[in-house]
Write a protein that binds this ligand. Structure first.
Ligand code: FMN
Length: 468
């Protein structure tokens, strides 16, 4: 068999290979081996099997449903949440992204360049003044050779340096030099987060067009501390990245409306009727639709969740307000009603707090709320092409969902069993049965993000085939 040597490559290829090898600190031969290995990984191992036709890797195929392959430059800051960035690398790769990493000055105290580099499949960058990377001003190339820069965790210190335009290390120099969008995922102690300086820096960064995901409310790494400051979960950050990098999404040009969360029906200024819906499923669907390139309006009841990036969020409280917001968002191509809308509301909401009186129990008279799903499904003009409802049932799941499909006039019902034992209400997983005029599909138990992605795939297929 004839062998190919580096010497036989043409001059341009040789020059590029030399640059790449020097940047990675490898010999040119080793660099070729790495390139071949990466190509085999990306195309699936089958590329090396002569008996098999070219095939896409599973990761790549999954990703192609929504976007072209994005390149992400992940800057890991020096905070305790840096360990979650290792998971974030995986989550981004699962969505087909190519991830390259920079560790900030302090990040190396929390995660090692070795672990980060092993996950990325290429070395992690740490040093601005490293001759091997900088002989051709590598930090400018790092800053430009990407589709999006993500800072996670974004420490208070990094946010301050970004807001002030500092550039005294690799992370900050790249952040200042980039011409690409930036997404930050702040993570810090609640006191640091609420400090006036941090909030000032954040306001400056937002005004500069930098996007923010999180932070969330919850327990801190410090024992006994809780509050706002936890870094957004890797899946939330990955969804934000997907929304920001979607260039030719399969739903681009489509308008999608999603409702989410509970409604809250006032009894008086301090009391209300609500339910246990967390909004996680509706928000995940809005995120996935945005990641697929749709223009998404999310009408949400009170939910303790961050706004999904790239989505227009309308916050409401009552069912009537939800209906008004939904009608205002029309016309849309697809409407997904995932909110748990209260069936009834108190007939009269007292303007002042109802006082407790000895021996007297107030009587609440309830009246029916508008049926938002049915109203939209029966619109005579500009009915969405696909109207999708949810059925939260505790008994006779499929039979009740099928009856709901007929009664409401919608196209699909996603039925889920919300008996307390399932943990679906408020939990992170869901088990869905999709009921339509064409039949019934049972989906496996999976995360609400996976459910959202599967639903978007079904929507894309239905719109393409004009079938419901
Ligand atoms: C154990 C430990 C945990 C820390 N966690 C955080 C954190 O979660 N968020 C933060 O903003 N700073 C945190 N700090 C402080 C940062 O490490 C410090 O401000 C550092 O200069 C930030 O560097 P960077 O700009 O490279 O991110 C922590 C420090 C220590 C010692």
């Amino acid at each position: 068999m004839a062998s190919l040597t580096v010497r036989q490559l043409d001059d341009t290829l040789k020059r590029l290979l030399r640059l790449r090898a020097a940047r990675h600190g490898r010999s040119m031969e080793d660099e070729v081996r790495v390139i071949l290995r990466q190509a085999a990984d990306e195309a699936g191992r089958d590329i090396l099997d002569p008996s098999k036709p070219p095939a896409q890797s599973e990761r790549q195929a999954k990703h192609d449903v929504t976007t072209a392959r994005p390149r992400i430059l992940l800057i890991i800051g020096g905070g305790i949440a840096a360990y979650k960035s290792l998971d974030l690398i995986r989550r981004l790769q699962d969505r087909g992204a190519q991830v390259r990493c920079i560790l900030s000055g302090a990040a190396g105290h929390f995660v090692t360049p070795l672990a980060v580099g092993a996950l990325c499949g290429e070395r992690a960058y740490t040093d601005l003044f490293e001759p091997q990377s900088e002989f051709d001003v590598g930090h400018i190339r790092l800053a430009r050779d990407t589709d999006l820069v993500v800072v996670a965790p974004a420490t208070a210190d990094l946010l301050a340096k970004m807001a002030g335009g500092h550039a005294d290390d690799l992370a900050t120099a790249v952040l200042l030099a980039t011409n690409k969008p930036i997404l930050v995922a702040p993570a810090m102690n609640p006191q640091m987060w609420s400090a006036k300086a941090t909030q000032r820096n954040l306001a400056q960064l937002t005004a500069d067009g930098i996007r923010v995901v999180g932070p969330n409310v919850g327990e801190m790494a410090e024992r006994g501390e809780a509050g706002i400051g936890r870094m957004a979960e890797p899946l939330e950050i990955a969804a934000a990245v997907a929304a920001m990098t979607c260039r030719t999404g399969v739903l681009s040009g489509k308008r999608v409306l999603v409702t989410s969360g509970p409604t809250s029906e006032p009894i008086d200024p301090v009391r209300f009727i609500a339910n246990r819906s967390s909004g996680k499923q509706g928000h995940a669907i809005a995120s996935a639709a945005a990641a697929a390139g749709a223009h998404v309006v999310l009408v949400s009841g009170p939910a303790n969740l961050p706004d999904p990036p790239g989505v227009s969020v309308v916050k409401i409280e009552t069912a009537q307000q939800m209906l008004n917001a939904v009608e205002k968002a029309m016309p849309v191509d697809v409407a997904v009603f995932a909110a748990a809308v209260a069936d009834w509301r108190p007939q009269h909401a007292s303007e002042s707090k109802i006082k407790k009186q000895p021996g007297r129990t107030p009587t609440l008279t309830l009246v029916e709320n508008p049926d938002i799903l049915s109203t939209v499904a029966h619109r005579e003009t500009d009915r969405p092409q696909l109207v999708i409802g949810f059925a939260a049932e505790t008994d006779h799941l499929v039979a009740n969902a099928r009856a709901k499909l007929a009664k409401k006039g919608c196209d699909w019902i996603l039925a889920n069993d919300v008996s307390p034992a399932t943990g679906i209400m408020g939990g992170d997983t869901n088990t869905i049965h999709l009921i339509s005029a064409r039949g019934e599909e049972s989906w496996p138990p999976q995360s609400k993000d996976e459910v959202a992605r599967m639903l978007i795939e079904r929507i894309v297929a239905a719109l393409a085939g004009s079938e419901r």
